[in-house]
Design a protein around this ligand. Structure first.
Ligand SMILES: *Cc1c(COP(=O)(O)O)cnc(C)c1O
Length: 400
Protein backbone atom coordinates (compact mmCIF):
# COMPACT_ATOMS: atom_id res chain seq x y z
CA UNK A 1 0.00 0.00 0.00
CA UNK A 2 1.17 3.51 -0.75
CA UNK A 3 1.76 5.65 2.33
CA UNK A 4 0.81 9.16 1.16
CA UNK A 5 2.52 12.36 2.39
CA UNK A 6 1.11 14.65 5.09
CA UNK A 7 -2.08 12.59 5.36
CA UNK A 8 -3.92 10.67 8.00
CA UNK A 9 -4.22 7.51 5.94
CA UNK A 10 -7.40 6.45 7.72
CA UNK A 11 -9.41 9.52 6.75
CA UNK A 12 -7.72 10.88 3.64
CA UNK A 13 -9.78 11.44 0.53
CA UNK A 14 -8.92 9.34 -2.49
CA UNK A 15 -6.28 11.14 -4.57
CA UNK A 16 -6.99 12.00 -8.22
CA UNK A 17 -5.79 9.31 -10.58
CA UNK A 18 -3.66 11.00 -13.23
CA UNK A 19 -3.46 9.17 -16.56
CA UNK A 20 -1.79 11.82 -18.69
CA UNK A 21 -0.43 15.35 -18.37
CA UNK A 22 0.39 17.98 -20.95
CA UNK A 23 1.07 21.71 -20.74
CA UNK A 24 -0.73 23.07 -17.67
CA UNK A 25 -3.21 20.18 -17.68
CA UNK A 26 -3.50 17.04 -15.60
CA UNK A 27 -5.80 14.44 -17.16
CA UNK A 28 -7.83 11.99 -15.14
CA UNK A 29 -10.16 9.44 -16.76
CA UNK A 30 -12.99 11.94 -16.91
CA UNK A 31 -11.54 15.41 -16.37
CA UNK A 32 -8.85 17.81 -17.43
CA UNK A 33 -7.57 20.00 -14.61
CA UNK A 34 -5.30 23.04 -14.71
CA UNK A 35 -2.50 22.28 -12.26
CA UNK A 36 -2.44 25.45 -10.15
CA UNK A 37 0.19 23.90 -7.88
CA UNK A 38 2.74 23.00 -10.62
CA UNK A 39 3.28 19.69 -8.82
CA UNK A 40 4.64 21.28 -5.69
CA UNK A 41 5.95 24.35 -7.53
CA UNK A 42 8.33 22.48 -9.79
CA UNK A 43 6.71 22.09 -13.22
CA UNK A 44 7.51 25.60 -14.46
CA UNK A 45 7.39 24.74 -18.20
CA UNK A 46 4.30 22.55 -17.95
CA UNK A 47 4.05 18.82 -18.49
CA UNK A 48 5.39 16.88 -21.46
CA UNK A 49 7.43 19.78 -22.79
CA UNK A 50 8.88 18.70 -26.16
CA UNK A 51 12.34 20.16 -25.47
CA UNK A 52 12.61 18.61 -22.02
CA UNK A 53 11.30 15.28 -23.29
CA UNK A 54 13.87 15.37 -26.06
CA UNK A 55 16.73 16.16 -23.68
CA UNK A 56 15.91 13.38 -21.27
CA UNK A 57 15.22 10.71 -23.89
CA UNK A 58 18.44 11.54 -25.74
CA UNK A 59 20.34 10.96 -22.50
CA UNK A 60 18.51 7.69 -21.78
CA UNK A 61 19.93 6.36 -25.05
CA UNK A 62 23.45 6.96 -23.71
CA UNK A 63 23.22 6.18 -20.00
CA UNK A 64 20.76 7.16 -17.29
CA UNK A 65 23.09 7.26 -14.36
CA UNK A 66 26.63 6.69 -13.25
CA UNK A 67 27.94 7.46 -9.79
CA UNK A 68 29.85 10.71 -9.33
CA UNK A 69 32.51 9.03 -7.15
CA UNK A 70 35.60 8.53 -9.35
CA UNK A 71 33.39 8.99 -12.44
CA UNK A 72 32.16 12.07 -14.20
CA UNK A 73 30.27 12.92 -17.39
CA UNK A 74 29.31 15.68 -19.75
CA UNK A 75 25.75 16.43 -18.52
CA UNK A 76 26.93 17.11 -14.96
CA UNK A 77 29.89 19.17 -16.20
CA UNK A 78 27.74 21.22 -18.53
CA UNK A 79 25.11 21.83 -15.84
CA UNK A 80 27.75 22.90 -13.34
CA UNK A 81 29.23 25.33 -15.91
CA UNK A 82 25.77 26.58 -16.81
CA UNK A 83 24.88 27.23 -13.17
CA UNK A 84 28.14 29.09 -12.60
CA UNK A 85 27.31 31.35 -15.54
CA UNK A 86 23.58 31.64 -14.80
CA UNK A 87 23.84 32.36 -11.06
CA UNK A 88 24.99 35.75 -9.75
CA UNK A 89 28.36 36.62 -8.23
CA UNK A 90 30.88 33.90 -7.49
CA UNK A 91 28.31 31.22 -6.70
CA UNK A 92 30.35 28.86 -8.84
CA UNK A 93 30.83 25.64 -6.86
CA UNK A 94 27.94 23.20 -7.10
CA UNK A 95 27.34 20.15 -4.97
CA UNK A 96 24.49 18.04 -6.38
CA UNK A 97 22.00 15.94 -4.46
CA UNK A 98 18.67 14.28 -5.04
CA UNK A 99 16.24 16.47 -3.11
CA UNK A 100 15.84 19.91 -1.62
CA UNK A 101 15.96 18.62 1.95
CA UNK A 102 19.28 16.90 1.35
CA UNK A 103 20.65 19.98 -0.40
CA UNK A 104 19.73 22.08 2.67
CA UNK A 105 21.40 19.48 4.93
CA UNK A 106 24.52 19.80 2.78
CA UNK A 107 24.42 23.60 3.08
CA UNK A 108 24.17 23.39 6.87
CA UNK A 109 26.97 20.85 7.04
CA UNK A 110 29.11 23.05 4.79
CA UNK A 111 28.54 26.08 7.01
CA UNK A 112 29.38 24.17 10.18
CA UNK A 113 32.50 22.53 8.76
CA UNK A 114 33.66 25.77 7.15
CA UNK A 115 34.46 27.05 10.64
CA UNK A 116 35.66 23.69 11.97
CA UNK A 117 38.21 23.61 9.13
CA UNK A 118 39.48 26.94 10.45
CA UNK A 119 39.76 25.50 13.93
CA UNK A 120 36.71 27.38 15.19
CA UNK A 121 34.57 24.80 16.98
CA UNK A 122 32.36 27.31 18.81
CA UNK A 123 30.17 28.21 15.89
CA UNK A 124 27.59 25.46 16.19
CA UNK A 125 24.48 27.64 15.99
CA UNK A 126 22.23 28.59 13.12
CA UNK A 127 19.99 31.63 12.89
CA UNK A 128 16.69 30.89 11.16
CA UNK A 129 13.28 32.47 10.71
CA UNK A 130 9.95 31.92 12.36
CA UNK A 131 7.58 29.98 10.08
CA UNK A 132 10.51 28.68 8.08
CA UNK A 133 10.29 25.52 6.04
CA UNK A 134 13.49 23.91 4.80
CA UNK A 135 12.48 20.28 4.34
CA UNK A 136 11.41 17.22 6.31
CA UNK A 137 14.70 15.60 7.32
CA UNK A 138 15.83 16.08 10.91
CA UNK A 139 18.27 18.98 10.63
CA UNK A 140 16.00 20.76 8.16
CA UNK A 141 13.11 20.30 10.59
CA UNK A 142 15.28 21.81 13.30
CA UNK A 143 16.01 24.98 11.31
CA UNK A 144 12.40 24.97 10.17
CA UNK A 145 9.66 26.35 12.35
CA UNK A 146 6.38 24.81 11.60
CA UNK A 147 4.41 22.97 14.23
CA UNK A 148 2.18 21.39 11.65
CA UNK A 149 5.03 19.65 9.88
CA UNK A 150 7.60 19.25 12.59
CA UNK A 151 5.87 18.64 15.91
CA UNK A 152 7.58 15.27 16.19
CA UNK A 153 10.77 17.21 17.08
CA UNK A 154 9.10 18.33 20.31
CA UNK A 155 10.04 14.93 21.68
CA UNK A 156 13.63 16.23 21.90
CA UNK A 157 12.77 19.49 23.63
CA UNK A 158 13.96 22.90 22.46
CA UNK A 159 16.98 23.02 20.16
CA UNK A 160 20.23 24.44 21.56
CA UNK A 161 21.60 24.92 18.09
CA UNK A 162 18.97 26.97 16.32
CA UNK A 163 17.53 30.40 17.09
CA UNK A 164 14.38 31.53 15.30
CA UNK A 165 13.44 35.16 14.78
CA UNK A 166 10.64 37.03 13.01
CA UNK A 167 11.41 38.88 9.76
CA UNK A 168 11.82 42.15 11.62
CA UNK A 169 14.94 44.30 11.80
CA UNK A 170 15.12 44.80 15.59
CA UNK A 171 14.94 41.03 16.16
CA UNK A 172 17.66 40.53 13.55
CA UNK A 173 19.95 43.09 15.22
CA UNK A 174 19.37 41.57 18.65
CA UNK A 175 20.07 38.03 17.45
CA UNK A 176 23.42 39.09 15.99
CA UNK A 177 24.34 41.05 19.11
CA UNK A 178 23.60 38.05 21.27
CA UNK A 179 24.84 35.11 19.20
CA UNK A 180 27.24 36.41 16.54
CA UNK A 181 30.30 34.52 17.76
CA UNK A 182 28.41 31.24 17.98
CA UNK A 183 26.62 31.39 14.62
CA UNK A 184 28.01 29.58 11.61
CA UNK A 185 25.19 30.69 9.35
CA UNK A 186 21.88 32.35 8.92
CA UNK A 187 19.47 30.43 6.69
CA UNK A 188 16.38 31.96 5.10
CA UNK A 189 13.83 31.36 2.40
CA UNK A 190 14.42 34.79 0.88
CA UNK A 191 11.42 37.12 0.33
CA UNK A 192 8.84 34.33 0.18
CA UNK A 193 8.35 31.67 2.83
CA UNK A 194 6.48 28.89 1.09
CA UNK A 195 5.26 25.93 3.10
CA UNK A 196 5.15 28.08 6.25
CA UNK A 197 2.21 29.96 4.72
CA UNK A 198 3.29 31.93 1.62
CA UNK A 199 4.55 34.74 3.82
CA UNK A 200 6.21 37.63 2.06
CA UNK A 201 8.70 40.09 3.48
CA UNK A 202 10.82 42.98 2.36
CA UNK A 203 14.24 42.85 0.75
CA UNK A 204 15.53 45.41 3.28
CA UNK A 205 15.55 42.60 5.85
CA UNK A 206 17.86 40.56 3.61
CA UNK A 207 20.11 43.55 2.89
CA UNK A 208 20.57 44.10 6.62
CA UNK A 209 21.14 40.37 7.17
CA UNK A 210 23.89 40.50 4.53
CA UNK A 211 25.55 43.45 6.27
CA UNK A 212 25.42 41.78 9.67
CA UNK A 213 26.73 38.49 8.28
CA UNK A 214 29.64 40.41 6.74
CA UNK A 215 30.30 42.37 9.91
CA UNK A 216 30.36 39.27 12.13
CA UNK A 217 31.77 36.78 9.61
CA UNK A 218 28.65 34.60 9.53
CA UNK A 219 27.67 32.75 6.35
CA UNK A 220 24.40 33.66 4.69
CA UNK A 221 22.45 30.75 3.19
CA UNK A 222 19.52 31.27 0.83
CA UNK A 223 17.19 28.32 0.52
CA UNK A 224 15.80 29.10 -2.93
CA UNK A 225 14.37 25.62 -3.42
CA UNK A 226 10.95 27.27 -3.80
CA UNK A 227 11.85 30.85 -4.80
CA UNK A 228 14.50 30.04 -7.41
CA UNK A 229 13.82 30.26 -11.14
CA UNK A 230 11.55 33.26 -11.07
CA UNK A 231 8.83 32.46 -8.56
CA UNK A 232 9.19 35.77 -6.69
CA UNK A 233 9.38 37.82 -9.88
CA UNK A 234 13.20 37.83 -9.60
CA UNK A 235 15.23 35.15 -11.40
CA UNK A 236 16.71 34.41 -8.02
CA UNK A 237 16.44 36.52 -4.92
CA UNK A 238 20.23 36.07 -4.93
CA UNK A 239 20.21 38.57 -7.82
CA UNK A 240 19.20 41.22 -5.26
CA UNK A 241 21.26 40.15 -2.25
CA UNK A 242 24.13 37.74 -2.71
CA UNK A 243 24.31 34.80 -0.27
CA UNK A 244 27.40 32.68 0.42
CA UNK A 245 25.52 29.45 -0.20
CA UNK A 246 22.48 29.05 -2.45
CA UNK A 247 20.21 26.00 -2.42
CA UNK A 248 18.17 25.08 -5.50
CA UNK A 249 15.68 22.27 -6.03
CA UNK A 250 12.07 21.91 -7.12
CA UNK A 251 12.08 23.77 -10.49
CA UNK A 252 15.75 22.91 -11.18
CA UNK A 253 14.76 20.03 -13.48
CA UNK A 254 11.52 21.64 -14.65
CA UNK A 255 9.76 19.17 -12.36
CA UNK A 256 10.89 16.11 -14.32
CA UNK A 257 13.05 14.33 -11.77
CA UNK A 258 14.11 14.99 -8.20
CA UNK A 259 17.40 16.85 -8.12
CA UNK A 260 18.89 19.71 -6.13
CA UNK A 261 22.02 21.80 -5.86
CA UNK A 262 23.96 23.42 -3.04
CA UNK A 263 25.99 26.18 -4.64
CA UNK A 264 28.83 27.77 -2.68
CA UNK A 265 30.82 30.91 -3.40
CA UNK A 266 34.60 30.99 -3.60
CA UNK A 267 35.06 31.94 0.04
CA UNK A 268 33.19 28.83 1.21
CA UNK A 269 34.84 26.55 -1.35
CA UNK A 270 38.28 27.84 -0.35
CA UNK A 271 37.51 26.96 3.26
CA UNK A 272 37.66 23.29 2.20
CA UNK A 273 40.35 23.51 -0.47
CA UNK A 274 43.74 22.57 0.96
CA UNK A 275 46.06 19.59 1.49
CA UNK A 276 44.28 18.22 4.55
CA UNK A 277 42.01 15.24 3.69
CA UNK A 278 40.00 15.95 6.84
CA UNK A 279 38.97 19.25 5.34
CA UNK A 280 37.03 17.48 2.57
CA UNK A 281 33.24 17.68 2.48
CA UNK A 282 32.13 14.20 3.54
CA UNK A 283 28.87 13.87 1.70
CA UNK A 284 27.86 11.91 -1.39
CA UNK A 285 24.27 11.05 -2.25
CA UNK A 286 24.12 7.93 -4.42
CA UNK A 287 22.23 9.68 -7.19
CA UNK A 288 24.00 13.04 -7.13
CA UNK A 289 24.68 14.43 -10.58
CA UNK A 290 22.26 11.92 -12.16
CA UNK A 291 22.69 12.22 -15.91
CA UNK A 292 18.96 12.36 -16.73
CA UNK A 293 18.41 15.05 -14.10
CA UNK A 294 21.37 17.10 -15.33
CA UNK A 295 20.31 16.82 -18.99
CA UNK A 296 16.78 17.93 -18.29
CA UNK A 297 17.94 20.69 -15.92
CA UNK A 298 20.19 22.06 -18.67
CA UNK A 299 17.31 22.08 -21.15
CA UNK A 300 15.09 23.70 -18.53
CA UNK A 301 17.56 26.53 -17.88
CA UNK A 302 18.02 27.03 -21.62
CA UNK A 303 14.27 27.44 -22.06
CA UNK A 304 14.18 29.83 -19.12
CA UNK A 305 16.94 31.94 -20.67
CA UNK A 306 15.90 31.94 -24.30
CA UNK A 307 12.10 32.25 -24.00
CA UNK A 308 12.04 35.32 -21.78
CA UNK A 309 10.51 33.63 -18.77
CA UNK A 310 10.89 36.74 -16.63
CA UNK A 311 8.41 38.47 -18.94
CA UNK A 312 6.02 35.52 -18.61
CA UNK A 313 6.24 35.74 -14.83
CA UNK A 314 5.75 39.52 -14.97
CA UNK A 315 2.58 38.93 -16.96
CA UNK A 316 1.33 36.35 -14.44
CA UNK A 317 1.84 38.86 -11.64
CA UNK A 318 0.11 41.61 -13.60
CA UNK A 319 -2.96 39.48 -14.37
CA UNK A 320 -3.08 38.22 -10.81
CA UNK A 321 -3.04 41.77 -9.44
CA UNK A 322 -5.68 42.84 -11.91
CA UNK A 323 -7.96 39.95 -10.92
CA UNK A 324 -7.36 39.77 -7.20
CA UNK A 325 -5.99 43.00 -5.79
CA UNK A 326 -8.58 44.52 -3.52
CA UNK A 327 -10.63 41.31 -3.54
CA UNK A 328 -12.03 40.89 -0.06
CA UNK A 329 -14.44 38.89 1.98
CA UNK A 330 -15.08 38.82 5.70
CA UNK A 331 -13.53 35.34 5.86
CA UNK A 332 -10.27 36.54 4.29
CA UNK A 333 -7.41 37.84 6.41
CA UNK A 334 -5.11 38.87 3.58
CA UNK A 335 -4.44 38.46 -0.14
CA UNK A 336 -0.71 38.26 -0.92
CA UNK A 337 0.82 38.44 -4.38
CA UNK A 338 4.47 38.19 -5.40
CA UNK A 339 5.67 37.21 -8.88
CA UNK A 340 4.18 33.85 -9.77
CA UNK A 341 2.69 33.24 -6.34
CA UNK A 342 -0.67 34.28 -4.96
CA UNK A 343 -2.06 33.36 -1.57
CA UNK A 344 -5.41 34.04 0.02
CA UNK A 345 -5.05 33.60 3.75
CA UNK A 346 -8.37 33.01 5.52
CA UNK A 347 -9.03 33.60 9.19
CA UNK A 348 -10.27 30.09 9.81
CA UNK A 349 -8.92 27.07 7.92
CA UNK A 350 -12.37 25.49 8.12
CA UNK A 351 -13.44 27.98 5.45
CA UNK A 352 -11.28 26.14 2.92
CA UNK A 353 -12.75 22.73 3.60
CA UNK A 354 -14.22 21.35 0.39
CA UNK A 355 -12.31 23.77 -1.83
CA UNK A 356 -10.32 21.06 -3.58
CA UNK A 357 -13.48 19.32 -4.80
CA UNK A 358 -15.11 22.66 -5.66
CA UNK A 359 -12.10 23.61 -7.80
CA UNK A 360 -11.92 20.17 -9.40
CA UNK A 361 -15.53 20.46 -10.55
CA UNK A 362 -14.49 23.73 -12.22
CA UNK A 363 -11.45 22.32 -13.97
CA UNK A 364 -8.71 23.33 -11.55
CA UNK A 365 -6.43 21.22 -9.38
CA UNK A 366 -5.64 22.99 -6.11
CA UNK A 367 -4.30 21.88 -2.77
CA UNK A 368 -4.94 24.42 -0.03
CA UNK A 369 -3.33 23.77 3.34
CA UNK A 370 -4.18 25.10 6.80
CA UNK A 371 -5.39 28.70 6.22
CA UNK A 372 -3.77 29.13 2.84
CA UNK A 373 -5.44 28.98 -0.53
CA UNK A 374 -2.76 29.60 -3.10
CA UNK A 375 -1.70 29.23 -6.70
CA UNK A 376 1.80 28.77 -8.11
CA UNK A 377 1.04 28.09 -11.74
CA UNK A 378 3.33 26.83 -14.51
CA UNK A 379 4.83 29.88 -16.21
CA UNK A 380 3.54 28.80 -19.64
CA UNK A 381 -0.07 29.27 -18.54
CA UNK A 382 -2.26 31.37 -20.88
CA UNK A 383 -4.18 34.41 -19.69
CA UNK A 384 -7.52 32.57 -20.01
CA UNK A 385 -6.26 29.63 -17.98
CA UNK A 386 -4.85 31.86 -15.28
CA UNK A 387 -8.04 33.90 -15.09
CA UNK A 388 -9.93 30.62 -14.66
CA UNK A 389 -7.71 29.59 -11.74
CA UNK A 390 -8.20 32.96 -10.05
CA UNK A 391 -11.92 33.12 -10.80
CA UNK A 392 -12.51 29.76 -9.15
CA UNK A 393 -10.77 31.13 -6.04
CA UNK A 394 -13.07 34.15 -6.04
CA UNK A 395 -16.18 32.07 -6.78
CA UNK A 396 -15.51 30.00 -3.68
CA UNK A 397 -16.11 33.02 -1.47
CA UNK A 398 -19.14 34.12 -3.49
CA UNK A 399 -20.92 30.76 -3.50
CA UNK A 400 -24.49 29.97 -2.24
C1 LIG B 1 10.23 21.94 -0.82
C2 LIG B 1 11.25 22.66 -0.07
C3 LIG B 1 12.36 22.01 0.48
C4 LIG B 1 12.51 20.50 0.46
O1 LIG B 1 12.69 20.00 -0.82
P1 LIG B 1 12.41 18.44 -1.07
O2 LIG B 1 12.85 18.23 -2.48
O3 LIG B 1 10.95 18.23 -0.86
O4 LIG B 1 13.22 17.68 -0.09
C5 LIG B 1 13.33 22.78 1.10
N1 LIG B 1 13.22 24.11 1.18
C6 LIG B 1 12.18 24.77 0.66
C7 LIG B 1 12.13 26.26 0.76
C8 LIG B 1 11.15 24.08 0.02
O5 LIG B 1 10.09 24.74 -0.46
Amino acid sequence: MIWYPYEQMKTMQAPFQVVDASGVYLYTEDRMLIDSVSSWWSVIHGYKHPRLNEAITAQVQKFSHVMLGSLTHEPVQRLSDKLAEFLPGDLDYTFFSDSGSVAVEVALKMALQYYMNRGDGKRTMVLALNNAYHGDTFKTMEVGDDEDYHFVLNAYGPSRHVVHIPTELPALERAFEQYHDRLNCMIVEPLLQGAGGMRMYDVSFLRRARELCDAYDVLLVFDEVATGFGRTGNRFVADLVLPDILVLGKALTGGYIGHAATVANKKVFDGFYDDNPEHALMHGPTFMGNALACSVALASIELFETQDYMAKIGRIEEITRRELEGFSDERIREVRIMGGCVCIEVKDGEDLRGYQQFACERGVFSRPFLKYLYAMVPYIITEDELVRVLSVMKEWFGRE
